[in-house]
Design a protein around this ligand. Structure first.
Ligand code: PLP
Length: 415
């Protein structure tokens, strides 16, 4: 491309005049390239993609039918702005029935065009230059990215196995805490698969009150639980005084591409979100909102999806354990997060390969085994297996996992 004056016009937040000249290759691009190369080198060998972070299945037929019906209604055709009452009411009922949380549909709930959109909008309502956001790592970085766009700074809280992947709030230095405004949490967690506890959420509420913090709980994997009930942050006594929760149809109802969810909780925060949202987007298509309302009216859909992931998780945990991994079935999400081995020794005497990081191990897994995972090196060397891998049915799942076992079984792993 020819150099243009446009090159000098980019904002510093995306690199200024250096924008696009960075030659570093980012994680997901590296994975994509490695997959392409592995498939070229091994034609006919199936590549198992356990890296994808989205469901492998379609939305429920009732949701799709509702979309079809609602899309034909002339009154649904226009700008939806901050939404009508349909999704709000369904969300309030869902919060009551599934999460045990009572909210006012009119003042404490507003739809979103997915949680990613909400996480990108909220910093405009909260972050001034110099403000600090407390974010967990590894994690979903969108709120922090936008907070930095507004001149804010991110303080990372590592999620460590010895703390059950919950952040250590006491570890935050006083000078950081003095500038901190927002704490972003996500349980069930991507990528660790960890769940919160009522005790931890109670500690969060007390901590937020003591330090004047807003809590944003990203509940993207809300009801994808394998045991017990979904644990909403809003069910914590006092939570409504300090925060909001982000709900999404994406993972819970196999609707990633539909782009719909809702923000719920503290009335003032919901109002601020709505005001900035109103200046950012014009709302999700009402037919999609109404189909989402149908979804939230049918939480049994999520329970069925969770059953499938639970079944796959059992298979995968057994296989990884047999290969020596410290794999423990999570209580929710669809992620299995395990420490990357330091070495793999080929049982046929072909030698030993050493891995300096989760990324090195993940790259080798693609190249040598045609198994794709996502590496995380932010808080120890780990890889994330997702049970959203493609499989036609329960029998096919067994076939896929047995083949993964066979490929891994050729090596002795050490940590
Ligand atoms: C933790 C977390 N939050 C939010 C999202 C995005 O959700 P949505 O599709 O509702 O924008 C994801 C998607 O991967 C996620 O893992």
């Amino acid at each position: 491309m020819q150099e243009s004056y446009i090159q000098n016009l980019f904002a510093e937040r995306i690199g200024g005049a250096r924008y696009g000249k960075d030659t570093a290759i980012y994680k997901f691009e590296k994975i994509k390239r490695a997959k392409r190369a592995a498939m070229q080198e091994n034609p006919g060998t199936e590549l198992f993609d356990l890296g994808v972070g989205e469901p492998d299945a379609m939305a429920d037929a009732g949701i799709i039918e509702t979309l079809y019906t609602e899309a034909k209604r002339p009154e649904n055709r226009g700008y939806a702005d901050n939404g009508d009452a349909v999704l709000k009411k369904a969300a309030a009922k869902y919060l009551q029935d599934v999460c045990g949380v009572t909210l006012d549909a009119e003042t404490q709930i507003v739809h979103s065009i997915g949680s990613k959109a909400a996480l990108s909008i909220l910093p405009a309502a909260l972050i001034n230059p110099g403000d600090v956001v407390l974010m967990t790592v590894p994690g979903y970085p969108v709120f922090g990215t936008h907070a930095k766009y507004y001149g804010g700074a991110v303080h990372n809280l590592p999620l460590l196995e010895q703390n059950n992947f919950l952040p250590d709030l006491k570890s935050i230095p006083a000078e950081v805490l003095a500038k901190a405004k927002v704490l972003v949490l996500n349980y069930p967690n991507n990528p660790t698969g960890a769940s919160a506890t009522p005790e931890f959420f109670a500690e969060v509420v007390a901590f937020a009150k003591a330090n004047s913090l807003v809590v944003i709980h990203d509940f993207a994997y809300a009801a994808l639980v394998f045991e017990g009930k979904p644990l909403s942050f809003l069910a914590t006594p006092g939570a409504l005084d300090v925060g909001i929760e982000l709900h999404s149809t994406s993972k819970n109802f196999n609707m990633t591409g539909w782009r719909c969810g809702f923000v719920a909780g503290n009335e003032l925060l919901v109002k601020a979100y709505s005001d900035v949202k109103d200046n950012t987007d014009s709302g999700q298509f009402l037919a999609i909102q109404h189909a989402s309302a149908y979804a939230f009216d049918h939480p049994e859909i999520t329970a069925e999806i969770a059953k499938k992931y639970s079944r796959r998780m059992d298979l995968l945990v057994d296989v990884l354990k047999a290969a020596g991994f410290q794999a423990r079935k999570p209580r929710g999400s669809f992620f299995l997060y395990v420490a990357a081995p330091k070495t793999a020794e080929a049982k046929d005497g072909q030698g030993t390969i050493a891995f300096a990081s989760g990324e090195a191990f993940s790259q080798w897994m693609i190249t040598a085994n045609l198994i794709s995972t996502v590496p995380w090196d932010d808080a120890g060397a780990y890889v994330r297996f997702s049970v959203t891998f493609a499989a036609k049915d329960a029998e096919d799942e067994k076939r896929v996992v047995a083949e993964i076992a066979r490929r891994l079984g050729r090596f002795t792993f050490r940590w």
